[in-house]
Design a protein around this ligand. Structure first.
Ligand code: LMR
Length: 394
C-alpha cells in the first residue's frame, strides 16, 4: 500500500533551512525561517524561560495528563495577554495546541465542522502553511489582494474590493500584527473598515497572531485583535508563543473561539476539546507551563517583557540600519519601506530569479517570494546585504 504514496510538495521555508545548512561559505547570511537570532547569531533561551524551567523542575510533582484543553491557568493567562478586558470572558472557549500551527489547523477543522461550505479568504500573499493546510483539509480558499508591489505597503483598496465578495458562509483570515511574509500592516482606521465589512457580511473573522511583541510593543500589537474582539459577534484566534517566548520547539499555541453568547461557550469548548482528542489527545504541556509560570509571576513577567522589548528594539534598529544603508548606496528612498514594516519579516518585492541570484552569488538566503527575516541580520551583515541588493540592480 505504501508504494501508492506520491512525493509531497516541498515546504519552501523548511527546504531553504536545509540548503543554508549545507552551504559551506563562511559569509552566508540566513534570512529564511522565522527564528529570532541575536547579534551573535544565536537563538537564545530567554532568561525568564530558563528561570521558569528551573522552577518547574524543582516544583513539579507529576507528569500525569492535564485536561484535553491543557492547563486552564495557561489559557487564562494567554487570554489576558491577548485580549485584556476587551471581551466578556464567559464568551471564550480555548484550548492549548501544539504551536500556532496546531491552533490554525484546529481552527480550520472547526470551521469545516461548523460549515462545510465555508471558504477561507486569505491575504495574497500569506504564510504558505495557511494555504497548504487549507488544501490538505480540502477547504476552498480565496485570495484577497494585500501587498502593493509598488509601495510595499498594503493595497487597502484592492483588499476591500476583494473582501466585498465574502458571504455569510465565509471566513476572513487576518494577521493580528506583523504580517507574515510582507511586514506591511493595516492601521487601526483600516482595521475598523475591515470590521465594518465583516459585520456587514456577517462572516466569521479569524486572527492568526504569532508575533505579539515583535512589532510596536506587547500591548500595541494586540490592539487590532482587541478591537476586532470587542466589535464582532464571533471570532477565532490562533496564537503562538514560539516567537515571543522563544520556545519554538516546545510547540506552544492557543486556539480561542469567541461565541456571540455565553450560553454557546460550553458547546464551543466541547468541540475544541473533541478536536484535540481526535488529533493528538492532550496538548503538549511543557511550553504552556513555562508560559503560565512567567505570566503569573510579576517578577518573571517583568523580566520576560524587558527581554522581549530588547529583542523588538534590536530588530527595529536593524530595519533602520538596512534602510539607511540602502539609501546611501542606491542614492534613492525606494527602500524606505523597510523601516516602516513591522515584525520579523519584510518582503523586498523582487523576483524569484533575483532571490536565487542573491543566494548563488552572495550566499544570501531569503524565501523565494523575497521575504527576509530581519532578525537573521546583524550590524555586520546589513552592509553586505545592502551592497548585494544594490549590485543585483534590485
Ligand atoms: C516562518 O514563517 O518562517 C515561521 O512561522 C516558521 C514556519 O514554521 O514556517
Amino acid at each position: 500500500m505504501l508504494t501508492n504514496l506520491k512525493e509531497q510538495p516541498k515546504d519552501k521555508i523548511l527546504g531553504l533551512m536545509a540548503m543554508y545548512r549545507e552551504d559551506p561559505r563562511q559569509t552566508k547570511v540566513d534570512l529564511g525561517v522565522g527564528v529570532y537570532k541575536n547579534a551573535e547569531g544565536v537563538t537564545p533561551v530567554m532568561r525568564a524561560v530558563k528561570t521558569a524551567e528551573r522552577k518547574i523542575v524543582e516544583e513539579q510533582i507529576t507528569k500525569a495528563y492535564t485536561g484535553l484543553a491543557g492547563d486552564p491557568v495557561y489559557s487564562e493567562a494567554m487570554i489576558d495577554m491577548l485580549l485584556a478586558q476587551s471581551v466578556d470572558k464567559a464568551r471564550l472557549a480555548a484550548v492549548a495546541t501544539p504551536g500556532g500551527t496546531g491552533a490554525i489547523r484546529q481552527a480550520f477543522e472547526l470551521i469545516k465542522t461548523a460549515n462545510p461550505k465555508a471558504r477561507v479568504f486569505v491575504s495574497d500573499p500569506t504564510w504558505p502553511n495557511h494555504v497548504s493546510i487549507l488544501n490538505h483539509l480540502g477547504i476552498e480558499m480565496v485570495k484577497y489582494r494585500y501587498f502593493d508591489a509598488e509601495t510595499r505597503g498594503v493595497n487597502f483598496d484592492g483588499m476591500m474590493e476583494d473582501l466585498a465578495e465574502v458571504t455569510g458562509d465565509d471566513v476572513v483570515l487576518l494577521h493580528g500584527c506583523c504580517h507574515n511574509p510582507t511586514g506591511a500592516n493595516l492601521n487601526l482606521t483600516q482595521w475598523q473598515s475591515v470590521i465594518d465589512l465583516i459585520n456587514d457580511k456577517a462572516c466569521l473573522p479569524m486572527i492568526d497572531i504569532a508575533y505579539q511583541g515583535f512589532g510596536d510593543g506587547l500591548e500595541e500589537d494586540a490592539a487590532a485583535t482587541r478591537l476586532v474582539a470587542s466589535s464582532v459577534p464571533e471570532l477565532l484566534i490562533a496564537a503562538s508563543c514560539s516567537k515571543n517566548f522563544g520556545i519554538y520547539r516546545e510547540r506552544t499555541g492557543l486556539l480561542i473561539a469567541m461565541s456571540e453568547k455565553a450560553e454557546n461557550t460550553a458547546i464551543a469548548q466541547g468541540n475544541l476539546n473533541h478536536l484535540n482528542r481526535q488529533n493528538f489527545s492532550f496538548p503538549p504541556d511543557h511550553g504552556a507551563r513555562v508560559v503560565a509560570t512567567i505570566l503569573t509571576d510579576d517578577t518573571l513577567k517583568a523580566d520576560w517583557m524587558a527581554e522581549l522589548e530588547e529583542t523588538r528594539l534590536g530588530m527595529l534598529a536593524l530595519r533602520e540600519q538596512l534602510a539607511s544603508e540602502l539609501q546611501r548606496l542606491s542614492g534613492s528612498d525606494r527602500f524606505g519601506f523597510l523601516a516602516q514594516h513591522r515584525g520579523m519579516f519584510s518582503q523586498l518585492g523582487t523576483t524569484p530569479d533575483m532571490v536565487e541570484k542573491l543566494r548563488v552569488d552572495n550566499a544570501i538566503y531569503m524565501v523565494g517570494d523575497s521575504r527576509m527575516n530581519i532578525a537573521g541580520l546583524n550590524k555586520n551583515s546589513v552592509p553586505i546585504l545592502a551592497q548585494a541588493i544594490v549590485d543585483a540592480g534590485i
